[in-house]
Design a protein around this ligand. Structure first.
Ligand code: PLP
Length: 417
């Protein structure tokens, strides 16, 4: 037993597993090196100075820091343009702004990765809401994945027979049982879409995926992509916000929708967050690497304990999320409680499954985070339904991720495993 009450047995198991992960860790470090190079060179090229930390208030005209942050996102994401704002409440809000910016009454939106993320159901009108896209006469359809990949034939046929304005691709799995979509699959399907229907806008929900692969969706043909700053690119430091990156004309439309037509991107006070957003993107390569190492280690440890995991420790990853398929509610609850106990904030809280708005089943969540709801910090959640999957992600540093994992493993070992 050490100061955290972690048994020798757990320490031994986790250390053994860690030794088997080194090859994967080396690959993660290599990508972290490349991403750090991209970020640092962009800071220098864009001449980040202390005056970028200054805030604007009121309308927020001439915000040097805000405009510099957007230039840095353009560089590191390889996009033509970007909108990076604290006026976005969350990733879901940025996705909403993007939909309303691109779609007009009678336009058709097509999701090709099955039903989108839960928070978008009322936005699209899959679930009734008087302010949905549907209420404005925007039509929606979806095509499911088959065997964790796009249904190329069905997509091709649909695009040939319908005038689709926007195709949406969600890379990360959300609370589904499918795999997340690798950048190679995204590249392949975009190529096909552009051949069949060159004017269709391809929009990617890139939440949890930034800095995980060598390329981002806009570098493999996507027109526009969206992500949250309380995930990967906020580096655990951004207090809120989100980004939209892609084609200049589309980013302009998003700016007009986020604020107001006519003022668009010229307004939006940074209210003192510029330094945190800059520090966040600066830390992001390393924080994403820590999260990935924690995910790889978790995968290896839980597999050694006899649980089903996805992805396996050495599989190509699309995002920072690790699933443990527990197949019983007790282990899911105990494991999640262990993650909470291994956090720096609210470690003495006992998390319980609860009824969350927008979800049919009860959900259990561990998020002992500095920033409310941040899931680039070590966190774990899952709906209480078959097959009882834990969705674990994040860790600001790998050592903290490893300690949190040990606490969680200990909780499920006590059951006699
Ligand atoms: C997290 C997430 C979102 C929404 O992000 P929030 O910042 O929580 O609103 C959207 N899509 C996917 C796939 C996500 O994982």
């Amino acid at each position: 037993m050490n100061e955290l009450g972690i048994s020798e047995e757990v320490v031994r198991l986790v250390n053994e597993a860690e030794a088997e992960c080194y090859e994967e860790f080396l690959k993660i470090d290599k990508r972290c090196d490349n991403n750090s190079l991209k970020v640092l060179s962009s800071f220098q090229r864009n001449e980040v100075t202390e005056s970028c930390f200054n805030e604007t208030t009121g309308y927020g005209y001439n915000d040097l820091g805000r405009d510099t942050i957007e230039k840095i996102f353009i560089d590191v994401l390889g996009s033509e343009d970007a909108l990076v704002r604290n006026q976005f409440i969350s990733g879901s809000h940025a996705l909403t702004v993007c939909f309303f910016a691109l779609l007009r009454p009678n336009d058709l939106l097509l999701s090709i990765s099955g039903t989108p993320y839960d928070t978008l159901h009322e936005v699209i009108g899959i679930k009734e809401n008087p302010s949905s896209l549907k209420s404005f006469g925007i039509r929606y359809d979806e095509i499911d994945l088959v065997d964790n990949d796009f249904n190329y034939e069905a997509i091709k046929e649909y695009l040939t027979n319908n005038n689709v304005k926007v195709v949406e691709i969600q890379r990360s799995k959300g609370y589904s049982t499918r795999k997340s979509l690798t950048i190679d699959k995204v590249e392949k399907v975009i190529k096909m879409i552009k051949e069949v229907s060159p004017n269709t806008i391809v929009m990617v929900d890139n939440c949890y995926c930034e800095f995980v692969s060598d390329k981002e969706p806009v570098q493999v043909g996507a027109d526009i992509m969206v992500g949250s700053l309380i995930k990967n690119l906020g580096g655990g430091i951004a207090p809120n916000g989100a980004y939209i990156a892609g084609r200049h004309d589309l980013i302009e439309l998003c700016g007009e929708r986020l604020t107001l037509p006519g003022e668009g991107r010229e307004v939006g006070p940074s209210l003192g967050v510029n330094k945190q957003l800059l520090q966040g993107i600066y830390m992001a390569p390393s924080v994403v690497a820590s999260s990935l190492k924690t995910a790889v280690l978790t995968s290896k440890v839980l597999e050694k304990m006899g649980y089903e995991v996805e992805p396996r420790y050495n599989e190509v990853r699309a995002d920072i999320v690790e699933n443990i398929i527990f197949r019983n509610p007790e282990d899911l609850i105990e494991f999640t409680r262990g993650i909470q106990e291994g956090s720096a904030i609210d470690s003495n809280a006992t998390v319980e499954p609860w009824d969350m708005p927008g979800y049919t089943d009860k959900v259990i969540m561990a998020s002992g985070s500095f920033t409310q709801g941040s899931s680039i910090e070590l966190s774990c959640d899952g709906p209480l339904r078959e097959p009882y999957i834990a969705y674990m992600q994040g860790a600001l540093t790998y050592p903290y991720g490893k300690l949190g994992l040990m606490k969680a493993v200990q909780k499920i070992m006590k059951g006699g495993k």
